[in-house]
Design a protein around this ligand. Sequence first.
Ligand code: ASP
Length: 318
Amino acid sequence: MQPISIVIHGGAGTILKSDMTVELENAYLSGLNESIQQSFSVLEKGGTAIDAIRLALTILEDNILFNAGRGSVFTKKGVQEMDAAIMNGATLSAGSVAGVRNVMNPIELAYEVMEHSNHVFLSGKGANDFAIKQGIKLMPDEYFFSKFRYDQWKEIRDSDSYSLDHTHQDLAELMKDKKFGTVGAVACDQNGNIAAATSTGGMTNKKYGRIGDSPIIGAGTYANNKTCAISCTGHGEPFIRSVAAYDVSALMEYKGLSLEAAMNEVVHDKLPKLDGVGGMIGIDHQGNMAAVFNSAGMYRAMKNSNGIQKFGIYKEDI
Ligand code: ASP
């Protein structure tokens, strides 16, 4: 039987041990653990890569610590607008949503777009109307509220320094606030099919309907059985401009690079040239797994049927 494997992330950024308490560290690790154990058992029972990553993301979206679903960051107007995408590497079918509100699990809406619409990408009110039509669960604003994200937003809501046209210095400041908490998953099932999914509240204080890389197929999320499944996290604009997730696939397909070599080239060589801070997780159809980032940290976990199980937050964690 083909080895099964799954990798998840809970966002990248300036995550420093010195800023952490043991309690918070444990809370993040236990959130990652719950998500990876449950989604891995889907694969063990013969479930598809798509089933596994949907469950992985639903669990992380429901966890208030991560910037996706419940606990999403606040926009300039003080609301949550969420983005999500899912892609099936076996069929190259994909579904994405951007700027949706009150959707309990945006990844479920993205899945619904992939499976039950003739489209790939829905946004704003239209996407919300589609959610209602498909019977996707909605929740009131209070459900998404977290004091931590609210305080983060309150500090900067009257300034423009966290908007997207920030200078490099502003970016450093913004990274310091650890605002990246996007979640993602990639998996390889027992049939060798791979899939990728990403879900996010985007960036604190975003405005003008800003959308990051996460829901953009090829930028923040991509899967193709021929090459790899990738989910990115970090400052979205450079990831969009470098078509980061697809670039890993292209480097594998056209240049013959391995998964990890291709991810290293994009994360450590190409993205930094555009001031792109963040990282990505990846898997190939043989079930090889990788997590690569150029920020101080990235919440991550990986597990496969050959006995590998790893959790990490900081650079020095393997
Ligand atoms: N990439 C996401 C965005 O730019 C943010 C993140 O990864 O936390 O919207």
